[in-house]
Design a protein around this ligand. Structure first.
Ligand SMILES: Nc1ncnc2c1ncn2[C@@H]1O[C@H](COP(=O)(O)OP(=O)(O)OP(=O)(O)O)[C@@H](O)[C@H]1O
Ligand code: SF4
Ligand SMILES: [Mg+2]
Length: 396
């Protein structure tokens, strides 16, 4: 990347002089090596868990990341918190690049970016008391004087709705919902600016889920925390996230404002996901009740399909879909879709919307003399976009 940090920060300054986005992720990749068995373990392939995703988390707001199991949600969260090193790509936190920082350089950022884990049962050490679990980050980072750690632990326990006197109990003495609250107290202990919440309620009873989501909402307002909220449950995502990114097999296939993505999804995968979620089905398909069935299994991320990764399960797929990967094209003020035939359900165009832009014909072959426009995989939105209904550029 040739752009300097200050260039990027200046480009995205908000009204208060701070970057408008707390986090900007560009072309992020994580490939896990696959080793052969036997004595000499050679790398025989790669799991392309996250493959070139770009998104931005607005300051003090929430971006929801949704998709089926194995699509790369947790890997994305673990990259952002730098529990994993990225294979390539950029992550700018408050305008500063954190993708290439080593352990020591990451220390100050670790306080500011925290994670709530998927499973409240395995994410807490059963041999440590709650006081130790919640207090350890403060001790490690020396964020409060030693004698203030316990009072702060008690404050945090009270904040998440637990009895502050229970700091000397062990995780197994708490229910699942209470354990998730302990995980939240731990994540809050360093007063982070960004919280990556990885399926924070999926392991909990439905009755407890709402309580924990409400708690997160209250904490967000009180402490001005930005969230990257990961879930496979569209109802939870819809409740909590004003902006939503839909992932499929390591890629973002649609991203946009909540109402747009729910009421006017333009990607066949998003349309199928929404049609399968009981409470949001009707809003998405305008009163038609049938569910869109996704045929077949998710392909392996070790050897994903060429072109569009969704093509093996997409009822609209044509030759071009196997040949050319659809770019994440901005089609509205705050709406991007990666599909050659992007359109409202039942109104998908008969010709690829990407032809002109990519300089290709309807079969995906290059048209002599036509130049492909560079569709940058940049986070955030431009002031101009491509209107799929008119086939023309549009702008605010
Ligand atoms: N440490 C790892 N080594 C090798 N492959 C991994 C590793 N972690 C994840 N993967 C693979 O990467 C892909 C994405 O996994 P990830 O856990 O990010 O998915 P997810 O969207 O969080 O799924 P879920 O909804 O089940 O939590 C999967 O195919 C998974 O098997
Ligand atoms: S690009 Fe083709 S295969 Fe992919 S979602 Fe669109 S129509 Fe389906
Ligand atoms: Mg996960």
């Amino acid at each position: 990347m040739t752009e300097t940090v200050s260039d990027s920060a200046a480009k995205t300054q908000g009204a208060a002089g701070k970057p408008e986005h707390i986090l900007e992720v560009t072309n992020l990749r994580k490939y896990f090596p696959v080793k052969s068995s036997g004595l000499i373990r050679r790398t025989v392939g790669h799991v392309q868990a996250v493959d070139g995703v770009s998104f931005a988390v607005p300051r003090g707001q929430t971006l929801g990341l949704v998709g089926e199991s194995g699509c790369g949600k947790s890997t994305t969260g673990r990259l952002v918190t730098r529990l994993y090193d990225p294979t390539s790509g950029s992550m700018r936190f408050e305008g500063r690049e954190i993708g290439g920082l080593n352990r020591r350089q990451m220390m100050p950022f670790r306080q500011e970016i925290q994670m709530i884990f998927q499973d409240p049962y395995s994410s807490l050490n059963p041999r440590h008391t709650v006081g130790t679990i919640v207090g350890t980050p403060m001790r490690v980072h020396k964020s409060v004087p030693k004698d203030k750690v316990l009072p702060r632990v008690r404050e945090l326990l009270a904040l998440v709705g637990l009895n502050p006197e229970h700091y000397n109990r062990y995780p197994n003495e708490f229910s699942g919902g209470q354990r998730q609250r302990i995980g939240i107290a731990r994540a809050l202990s360093l007063a982070p600016k960004l919280l990556v919440a990885d399926e924070p309620v999926s392991a909990l009873d439905v009755s407890i889920q709402a309580q924990v989501v409400n708690l997160l909402e209250d904490l967000q307002k009180e402490m001005d925390i930005s969230f990257l909220f990961i879930a496979h449950d569209l109802a939870v995502i819809r409740h909590f996230c004003p902006e939503i990114a839909v992932m499929y097999l390591g890629k973002i296939v649609e991203i946009g404002e909540r109402e747009t993505v729910y009421n006017h999804p333009h990607h066949p995968y998003t349309q199928a996901l929404i049609s399968a979620a009981p409470d949001v089905k009707q809003a998405a398909i305008g009163g038609r009740r049938e569910r869109i069935r996704l045929e077949g299994d998710v392909p392996s991320p070790i050897n994903p399909p060429s072109g569009c990764r969704f093509r093996t399960r997409c009822s609209l797929a044509q030759d071009i879909c196997a040949k050319v990967e659809p770019p994440l094209l901005q089609i509205g003020p705050k709406h991007k879709v990666a599909c050659h035939f992007a359109g409202e359900l039942g109104h998908h165009p008969s010709q690829p919307v990407t032809m002109e832009l990519l300089g290709i014909d309807a079969q995906g072959s290059p048209v002599p003399g036509k130049q492909a426009t560079d569709v940058g995989n940049e986070p955030g939105y431009d002031s101009t976009w491509y209107d799929v209904r008119t086939g023309r550029p549009a702008g605010a």
